[in-house]
Design a protein around this ligand. Sequence first.
Ligand code: GDP
Ligand code: MG
Length: 750
Amino acid sequence: MEPRATTARVKQSAAPGSKVVAVDRPLAVVVGNPNAGKTTLFNQLTGQNARVGNYPGVTVERRVGVIRFDGETRTGHDEPLSVELVDVPGAYSLSARSAEEQIALLAVLGFEENPRPDLAVVVLDAGQLIRNLYLALQLIELEVPVVLALNMIDEVSDDPPSPEAVGALFGVPCVATNARKGAGIAELRSAIYAALRDRARGRVAVDYPAPLRQDLDALVSALPAAWRSSAGRDRALALWSLASIEADDELSGIEPGLRERVLAVREAAGSRDLEEEIILSRYRFLDQHAPSLYAQVERRPPKRRASDRVDRILLHPVLGFLIFIGVMLVVFQSLFTWADPAISLIEDTFSWVSTLLMAHLPAGVVRDLLIQGVIGGVGNVVVFLPQILLLFLFIGILEDSGYMARVAYLMDRIMKALGLHGRAFVPMLSGFACAVPAVLATRTMERRRDRLLTMMVVPLMTCSARLPVYTLVIGALFPPTKVFGWVPVQGLMMIGMYLFSVIVTLVVAGVLGKTAIKGRRVPLILELPPYRLPGVRTTLRMMWERSTTFLREAGTIILACTIVLWALLSFPRLPETGAATAAASPAAAIVAGGSAPDQPTPEAAADEARALAHSYAGRLGHLIEPALAPLGFDWKIGVGLIGAFAAREVFVSTMGLVYGVGKVDADQATPLRERIRAETRADGAPVYRPVVGLSLMVFFALACQCMSTLAVVKRETRSWRWPAFMFGYMTALAWFASFLVYQGGRLLGF
Ligand code: GDP
Ligand code: MG
């Protein structure tokens, strides 16, 4: 952990095969709490010449720029001409609760493949000084050289903290800035220059309780030799690791030996909460010194009064709640209805391109692969964009304005009872529209555990793709009669399915939160930032970043799955149809996001049904029939379930093909409804009785039949473990629930 004035890093120059050039340039990181103004300050310091890359091994964006010191007066040769500056993700502390915080931690301490920085520019929000100073304190305890930027100084005009006093607290330079207006930037540059030249480090002496100090002494001996450089740092690192190791931690910066020691010390502490002791000691230190940091010593830290007045309305138990419901209705409505025209446009465009290619390319496997596999697969990916863009537009506005923190505050009591975070509300609500944007929306949560838990249950919400399936089944199998003369049975069934999904989601969240995704109790910092006008550029940028990563990473998986499904449904072909027929595999066309070819003649429809039965998917349907029989399903439903993996609503069209009724639109499924009612077993008994329909709907409500959801969970967790877990538990749950419904129904004589 020895710091160096300059970090020699090796860069590959652009031309392949050319020589490797060593660049000797110091490295500085911009760190601070989320929303402290890091990125704005970074842009001010580096101008517009930032390069964008990724952190090693992960897909979080890493923004790098350069500050050139051309104006500074030089006194010797050993002085920096320029410094490389990296914009690190926001973090409240070095305890690494969220993925972003983990990356920040690794980047600041120079762990794993990150080069160790020579300087940390800590951006402080002057209006939330104490909480912001917490991170600075941790860094100075770790002897990282620090320059403080006291940002947003314009927002605390009535009693601003004094930069001299803030700097004096730790013995480090501190400059007041307004990153938005560019005030104080030149001074900050000079301070960075001087800090790199002088290599000075701050100091801080938090008064930790005696028992805690003893625990730390026990840990110091377990530190890796490379870390044992000075007494102060030993203690600091031990403190840091005590407060940051979680049982399921994947931080490879921590040596296994140290991890075991930390866990042993924690065990020995019994009921004492070491993390809390550490945190409280640090805050006690900051609180003690806080009054001296403000320009007028006798006054309390300034409040942001306008925000407080607004909060009196927005957090009001009745009025605030009504406004909250209104805001959430708008978000929900947008995903459900406003996205629709764009989705239709995308679908129409893709089917237009397919038709065009169909007419101009020679018939054959290559054409089918191109149209149904590739173009259809791309369509399956792009079709999510309207909802993702809209959701992130709203999340951007909600986050940037400060309202998202209020949502968390309002919902926290209810959500906490279920083991969920208050911020899980927006993703869960979005789950009613589609799980894919909902999973992406879990990014607003800071803790990895909160995110994971929400991600694992969001696909249980009744997404809009389940609606066509419910509509078909209810329409076909339940009578359009009314109970009590006015309550329609079919409508009641639909409401029942929605209620069912909400209850199951909450119960599963409660169970998973206590078992598979257990979390250590963490003191929740629920912070209410002041209201601000949302920045248009930040929001647009976030929408852009989220959509492009989705397209690039989840998109490739969805595309690959579509091609696999296409192959399953298209091969092997019936000998007599072969490649020559016009619509060689309509099932594949549907799975690939297009629509089936126009209404075929009855003979052609029967051909299609035979071709489908002959395909791998058809055989697979037969293969899984024994597993489905106890649920009341036959192999034809099995084929439908396989097709539904592309997207649940595809079930309807696949069933249309299985039963040879040709093209089926979800809202105009009359022929298919009739056909389903008429379907009989060998003994003449109807295949579909209401209890089979109920079993089928329960299966659809609980099973994870959505490759896009799995793809996006893989992308967000960066491992196959969690999508596999999700698929496993949901399928098992679906099977058992359907089993109970069907067998129970049979016992009762339905
Ligand atoms: P980050 O999350 O730390 O990267 O924060 P950003 O740089 O994205 O800034 C968050 C918001 O604060 C944006 O809307 C900025 O325009 C705004 N902002 C940044 N610095 C200042 C400042 O000094 N004064 C004011 N009033 N707003 C600022
Ligand atoms: Mg930023």
